[in-house]
Design a protein around this ligand. Structure first.
Ligand SMILES: Cc1cc2nc3c(=O)[nH]c(=O)nc-3n(C[C@H](O)[C@H](O)[C@H](O)COP(=O)(O)O)c2cc1C
Length: 359
């Protein structure tokens, strides 16, 4: 019975369009995440069903200055498509110039970040800082729309704080200056990552008859059931998933399977976990080189191995080894030791990045 309900509320003939990009009905988006959603991570999310992915956010000033870190974030690959590049900044000219640089790399869309809450961005009048000045937000967006041939999308929050929940005005005005989709994280800037995301206003934006562009909901999706429940309750065109995908890229395929069949897939096996972790490592080494590739991969092992009993020593080994082959061999050893281990099927734990997260 429940399975039937899930199926009936989906019409698989309705494509979601962002400008000329066509996505399947109820697309699953991988959220942009600084220091996480780089090409190696995106590769494993793509394998597991992410329909649209974004780069980490890129400073418009950094791009113009030709900063190496900003430039490297522009790397996108054909197999990732459709993929969007996300930029941020608080100055019209810089954003417009950065948009032109992005154009050359030929992504499918260009996304503007008006949601980043951290002080070094928001208090400089970029990211979520712009939520305090909607006129400026409109001017910045218009400058980008005018300087690129790409579809422009925006990702933002509900407002600056609970007394300034201006997302409805933001959505209408940004649509009027030409954005092609809007992703809304159901928190205010003041909330950072605290509390739980409130999707009520996201639903109101989606159901505003003035709004014709796709509205993607974001915040706290940690299970297939929640993704479908929020789609049905708030009517959003798709969901954007961030933290739940870290160390668990299977979230995308699990949601897709649930939508199609009403059934929850069993947790990925030990074998699959090791295979995906190794692929992630391989891509990391290829893309960043042996040294940085190894360092940057270290933050991911804990997540891939979460739930395994007595794993501490192995984890420690993985984050101290300096040789790719030895790491691979250790991962194989873990795979053999825990072969057949049955991971409990629970909702994914969403880390509160309020203190830890760089953004
Ligand atoms: C480590 C980390 C880095 C993030 N970096 C970005 C970013 O570069 N651009 C952006 O728009 N949002 C960024 N975010 C916010 C996420 O895109 C997303 O809006 C937020 O995590 C809520 O979604 P979730 O509950 O599914 O994680 C980041 C979040 C995390 C946890």
């Amino acid at each position: 019975m429940f399975c039937l309900c899930v199926i009936l509320q989906f019409d698989f003939n309705t494509l979601i369009k962002i400008g000329t990009i066509e996505l399947p009905e109820f697309p699953l988006l991988l959220a942009p995440m600084e220091d996480v959603s780089d090409p190696p991570f995106r590769a494993v999310c793509k394998d597991n069903g992410a329909d649209l992915m974004y780069t980490e956010f890129i400073s418009s000033e950094g791009l113009i200055r030709d900063a190496i870190k900003s430039r490297q974030k522009l790397d996108i690959f054909d197999y990732e498509k459709p993929v969007g590049i996300q930029i941020f900044g608080g100055d019209e000219d810089s954003l417009a110039m950065a948009a032109k640089i992005v154009d050359v790399t030929n992504p499918d869309l260009l996304d503007i970040n008006f949601g980043c809450p951290v002080k070094k961005v928001a208090l400089k009048g970029a990211g979520a800082g712009v939520l305090k000045d909607v006129d400026l937000m409109v001017r910045l967006t218009e400058a980008v729309v005018k300087s690129t041939k790409l579809p422009v999308t925006v990702k933002t929050r509900l407002g600056w704080d609970e007394n300034n929940l201006n997302i409805m005005e933001v959505a209408e005005r940004l649509q009027d200056v030409g954005i092609k989709a809007l992703a809304i994280h159901g928190r205010t800037r003041a909330q950072m990552y605290k509390g739980s995301a409130d999707w009520t206003l996201i639903g109101k934006v989606k159901n505003n008859p003035r709004i014709t562009i796709p509205i993607f909901g974001n915040g706290d999706i940690d299970s297939p059931q929640k993704a479908v429940e929020y789609k049905n309750r708030y009517g959003v065109d798709g969901v954007m998933i961030g933290r739940a995908a870290i160390g668990y890229p299977w979230i995308f395929r699990e949601i897709k399977h649930y939508i199609k069949t009403g059934e929850i897939l069993p947790a990925p096996t030990m074998e699959e976990r090791i295979a995906v972790c190794k692929k992630h490592l391989k891509r990391s080494l290829e893309w960043k080189g042996p040294m940085i590739g190894i360092f940057e991969m270290r933050r991911h092992y804990t997540n891939y191995l979460k739930g395994l009993p007595h794993i501490k020593d192995y984890r420690l080994k993985l984050v101290t080894l300096m040789d790719g082959e030895e790491i691979n061999a250790t991962l194989d050893e873990i795979g053999t030791k825990y072969v057949g281990y049955e991971f409990p099927k629970t909702n994914i734990e969403l880390i509160n990045y309020h203190e830890k997260c760089p953004i």
